[in-house]
Design a protein around this ligand. Sequence first.
Ligand code: AMP
Ligand code: ZN
Length: 122
Amino acid sequence: MDCLFCKIINKEIPAEIIYEDEHVIAFNDISPQAPTHALIIPRKHIATLNDISAEDTEVVGHMVKTASTIAKQLGIDESGYRTVFNCNSDGGQTVYHIHLHLLGGKPMGWPPYQEKLKEDLS
Ligand code: AMP
Ligand code: ZN
């Protein structure tokens, strides 16, 4: 399958892997947006959040649990962190294999959209 993250799972493309087990792997984002920026992905190829089936809920829960485990290991659990799933184009998804972003090490901004867009929404 022509999927970047499946290639990372299969070790066809290198990545800085920071955690792996039977169901998920986690690695540092190639273009970090915070001092800590890791991606947690399932070994199973699931394209978007819209493609999660009932049988996938356990692995998705495990991705979230893994994010908190990694945050603790990296010492950002108490200072805090952001976890994000982007879905499709409005969500900003660019790689179509679901991944949970783990961002931390500095205060995060909120909301994620810009003032101009905010005005357009009102
Ligand atoms: P998203 O925009 O939510 O689909 O996130 C995709 C993320 O994958 C982006 O933050 C990219 O920087 C990251 N990314 C793309 N290619 C690689 C790669 N080869 N290794 C690690 N991270 C990558
Ligand atoms: Zn994939």
